[in-house]
Design a protein around this ligand. Structure first.
Ligand code: ISE
Length: 337
């Protein structure tokens, strides 16, 4: 039997996920799509044989919905997550879980009180083939104990209104999750430095920035976040262990020679670069939801909370110019590794 999915948010990510479910995910179909812009909801719903509504909570209250995808802005996630948890619905929630650590903790506590793992957070890199291989190498110990991660995260350009703080909680949030997942340890402190801003970046944006974080395992992570690099979308991570190193996100793909030059192509968008990862994330989520559980590789509610707490330290480090410690509650047994 098909998993009947309710989609909340029919914007850029929501529309992409609707297409994914229609075209590439087996065992699931869209039943209802909600967006405050009813036309947009109906358009996306119509293309999938679903119904559209302007009311997000209708999706959660709909008794024909088996599972929910939340792809609306982070600022509206909390009440939706709490309602879905109360109804016992499996949820795939796009990052961020919620915009700040306090509200994320409320979601953690609600899920813990419900006594069932229901929510996955959409940190899609965990499902990228190369990142998964890097995790495997680290887990089996082939590189020796990890000491450092050198990360590069570049976007071609930013939408209007993108701020220096968003570079931490919208962009570097991925590295917070990736580092926690790869290293199996929490982020303890964050510092942020910046060179002079690029003349290609909007006025007033600190772009690029160099963000470093310390982990509970004693590793150090550095991230170059550069969101108006102008030429494309790049995500790289080099792990340095006691006995070896491994790099993911280096340019691969076909090397093309043609009149006037040689080289490869570069994605300009994360939906393209991580398209396979999103597909895998959705398929595993749907398969797990059928069995009434979440995928163990996916980011849990706890992971969403820990990333939010690290972002808060990051934003503080950015505004004060000093090292900021992450304020994190002790990990409950319910979310034991
Ligand atoms: C965006 O929200 C994402 O999640 C992308 O992966 C990231 O590269 C980008 O910087 C964010 O704005």
């Amino acid at each position: 039997q098909q998993l009947r999915v309710g989609l909340i948010g029919a914007g850029r990510m929501g529309a992409d996920h609707a297409l994914r479910i229609r075209e590439r995910i087996s065992g699931a179909r869209l039943a209802v799509v909600a967006d405050p812009d009813l036309d947009r909801a109906q358009q996306v719903a119509g293309s999938c044989g679903a119904r559209g509504t302007a009311e997000a909570h209708e999706v959660i209250d709909d008794s024909t919905v088996d599972a929910v995808v939340i792809a609306s802005p982070g600022s509206v996630h909390e009440p939706l997550l709490l309602a879905a948890i109360e109804r016992g619905l499996p949820v795939l929630c796009e990052k961020p879980l919620t915009p700040d650590a306090k509200s994320s903790l409320r979601v953690v506590e609600a899920e813990e009180a419900r006594g069932k793992h229901l929510v996955q957070v959409g940190f899609m890199r965990r499902f990228d083939a190369e990142f998964a291989e890097l995790k495997r190498l680290l887990d089996v110990g082939d590189l020796g104990a990890p000491l450092m991660l050198h990360c590069v995260h570049r976007n071609a350009s930013t939408p209007p209104g993108f701020t220096s703080e968003m570079m931490i909680y919208d962009s570097v949030v991925h590295e917070f999750d990736t580092a926690r997942w790869l290293l199996g340890s929490e982020i303890e402190a964050v510092t942020v430095r910046a060179p002079r801003s690029s003349s290609g970046s909007p006025e007033g944006l600190l772009d690029p920035q160099l963000v470093t974080f310390e982990t509970s395992s004693g590793a150090l992570v550095d991230v170059e976040i550069f969101v108006n690099c102008g030429f494309g979308y790049q995500v790289r991570c080099e792990a340095v262990g006691e006995r070896g190193t491994a790099l993911v996100g280096a340019d691969g793909g076909p090397l093309v020679h043609r009149s006037g030059g040689w080289g490869g192509t570069i994605s300009d968008d994360f939906r393209d670069r991580f398209g396979d990862a999103f597909d895998r994330e959705f398929q595993r989520w749907a398969d797990a939801a059928h069995q009434g559980r979440t995928d163990p590789n996916a980011a849990s509610t706890w992971d969403g909370y820990a990333a939010a707490a690290a972002c808060e330290a990051g934003v503080q480090a950015q505004s004060t110019g000093t090292r900021a410690e992450v304020d994190l509650r002790e990990r409950p047994d319910f979310y034991a590794l």
